[in-house]
Design a protein. Structure first.
Length: 286
């Protein structure tokens, strides 16, 4: 029995590049859902909880309890989705289920499909219509959270823009250090190896996440104006494709955990110390 298990083929990892494309596709889905549902739900965000919190505070001070309740309910629904998605993901990992995101993404798809169905009815309760997409976006938030060593966000952009700024600043100093005083002779060679430098990769990825969310939001708003809630069939279809990919190439296996990051940093420091230490029998010059 043990021999059979040892000979069983292991699923292939998706890898950092594949995970990056998955994250970009999910950011597109989040932008589509957020913009379409923002129009459907009369200015309630489904993934932008900062905006909902600001609107909650504003309506609360104005004494508009009905509107304040709508924004507060959206925040609670998003939080519920976060907790449910996190619990499902951790439970699957604890039980050795490699495709840890497939079940979460499936439930997200079900919630969005239910919103499509109930959104076509004028008798559907507003609380239900808010719950379905907000909980779905909360669940998506805790799926793909890391690409390589970079923590990513597929449902909101504040953290993404912050990571982009940090990466660009690091890259700018790196570029300056390697071309200072010899710009004309070095710039070509440095640009050729730019994408090997991790902060440059992070800048490209975070920029891609922003553009994907923006493009999804444009198409989501346009789709809602033309077809109403039925337009959400498009992101549901993309989520279905992501589920199939996760079953074939488990996304979670390609993630770098915090423990792995710490081990890599220790190994990198150890390599640097060995590289700069003198050979055996040779004393360091003072």
């Amino acid at each position: 029995m043990a021999d059979d298990l040892s000979l069983a083929p292991r699923p292939k990892k998706l890898g950092a590049h594949g995970t990056a494309w998955i994250a970009i596709g999910m950011a597109w889905c989040a932008g589509f859902v957020d913009a379409a549902c923002y129009l459907q739900l009369q200015r309630v965000y489904t993934s932008h909880m900062t905006g909902n919190t600001a609107s909650l505070a504003s309506r609360f001070l104005q004494g508009d309890w009905h509107e304040a309740a709508r924004y507060g309910w959206a925040i609670l629904c998003f939080l519920f989705g976060l907790l449910l998605g996190a619990c499902l993901t951790h439970a699957e990992r604890r039980n050795g289920i490699r495709s840890a995101f497939a079940a979460v993404l499936f439930l997200e798809s079900v919630l969005l499909a239910a919103f499509i169905w109930f959104g076509r009815s004028t008798a559907a309760p507003v609380a239900l219509l808010i719950f379905l997409p907000c909980a779905a976006m909360g669940m998506q938030t805790v799926t793909v959270t890391r690409v390589g060593s970079l923590r990513v966000y597929t449902t909101y952009l504040t953290g993404t823009l912050s990571k982009f700024a940090e990466a660009v600043a690091q890259y700018a100093f790196w570029l300056w250090d390697r071309t200072r005083g010899r710009f004309r002779t070095r710039i070509g060679k440095v640009l050729c190896v730019t994408l090997r430098y991790e902060p440059a990769q992070h800048a490209v990825l975070t920029a891609g996440l922003w553009f994907a969310f923006f493009a999804g939001a444009v198409l989501g708003a346009r789709g809602d104006i033309q077809w109403g809630s039925i337009a959400l069939v498009v992101p549901v279809g993309l989520l279905a494709i992501t589920i199939v990919i996760d079953l074939r190439f488990p996304i979670a296996l390609g993630e770098v955990t915090e423990d792995e990051l710490r081990r890599k940093r220790r190994f990198s420091r150890r390599r640097r110390s060995v590289r700069h230490s003198p050979p055996p029998g040779v004393q360091r010059a003072h």
